[in-house]
Ligand binder design. Structure first.
Ligand SMILES: NC(=O)c1ccc[n+]([C@@H]2O[C@H](COP(=O)([O-])OP(=O)(O)OC[C@H]3O[C@@H](n4cnc5c(N)ncnc54)[C@H](OP(=O)(O)O)[C@@H]3O)[C@@H](O)[C@H]2O)c1
Length: 236
């Protein structure tokens, strides 16, 4: 079955691996959105030449900016792209003691991690068909009762907001047959983790986690709706 998948936060790390996994299975069409799309452009050349059609649509935009929907609107219309899977994988982590956070740190993290998701899902509502699956990528730090780490208070709070937004969307969209879930990830070896925890060795690579997320995005909505699921073999 062909899926049209919109991946927000697809330029590197888990998101970029997710794009590759989604393109490797079947004849999916992926709209991959990030600020820096240089690696997506390289992938695009290979993928679209191999398939002889447009399988990958890279889009450069910043989800923390309020006007990103006008850019997205143009691309969606151009390709008549009505996604049935939407993954909000965008993440910004600023690691600081609580006392040291500025209002600007707060705004940057909340604009990126939750306000962008709010704007994206609200914008996409008219374009979503019955059976669509909306997925928020959140963190074990945002999972109730998990071990907490110094320096991640605002990041974890913003990710908790995303997790609960997904729960609420599941309720509000159930009459349209649209499902929504959140995955609370444990540690994955990416640039974000290296910056937050220098020297820490995560048990999973970005492509391993992306393989799980890709499978869940396609099949998970058969079994789960409105759930916040921990995906972790360790903390952080
Ligand atoms: N790695 C972990 O251990 C871990 C653990 C728990 C949860 N997570 C979550 O998993 C997701 C992927 O994380 P990762 O480790 O792969 O981190 P990453 O390598 O930093 O990836 C973050 C992604 O978000 C994009 N992004 C960030 N700000 C953006 C903005 N304003 N507009 C558009 N795109 C933006 C980045 O691309 P550009 O910079 O090119 O825009 C990148 O594609 C994040 O949501 C993260 O919070 C990660």
């Amino acid at each position: 079955m062909q899926h049209k998948i919109l991946i927000a936060g697809a330029g590197k790390g888990i998101g970029l691996e997710l794009v590759k996994q989604m393109l490797a299975t079947g004849n999916n069409i992926v709209m991959a959105v990030s600020r820096d799309i240089s690696q997506l452009r390289i992938l695009e050349e290979k993928v679209n030449i191999n398939s002889g059609s447009v399988s990958l649509i890279p889009v450069a935009l910043d989800f923390s900016k309020h006007d990103f929907t006008s850019v997205l609107d143009k691309v969606i219309r151009k390709y008549d792209f009505k996604p049935d899977i939407v993954i909000y994988n965008v993440g910004l982590l600023v690691n600081k003691p609580f006392a040291a956070f500025s209002h600007s740190d707060f705004d940057q993290m909340f604009d990126t991690n939750i306000k962008g998701a709010f704007r994206l899902f609200q914008f996409l509502l008219p374009h979503l068909a019955e059976g669509s699956h909306l997925l928020g990528i959140t963190s074990m730090g945002a999972y109730q009762g998990s071990a907490k780490f110094p320096g991640l208070s605002l990041y974890s709070a913003s990710k908790a907001a995303l997790a609960v937004l997904m729960e609420c969307l599941a309720e509000e969209l159930k009459d349209r047959g649209i499902r929504a879930n959140a995955l609370a990830l444990g540690a994955v070896q990416t640039e974000m983790l290296t910056q937050a925890f220098p020297g820490y060795k995560a048990p999973l690579s970005a492509d391993e986690m992306a393989a799980f997320i890709a499978d869940f995005a396609v099949k998970g909505s058969l079994f789960f709706n409105g759930k916040i699921l921990p995906v972790s073999v360790s903390t952080p």
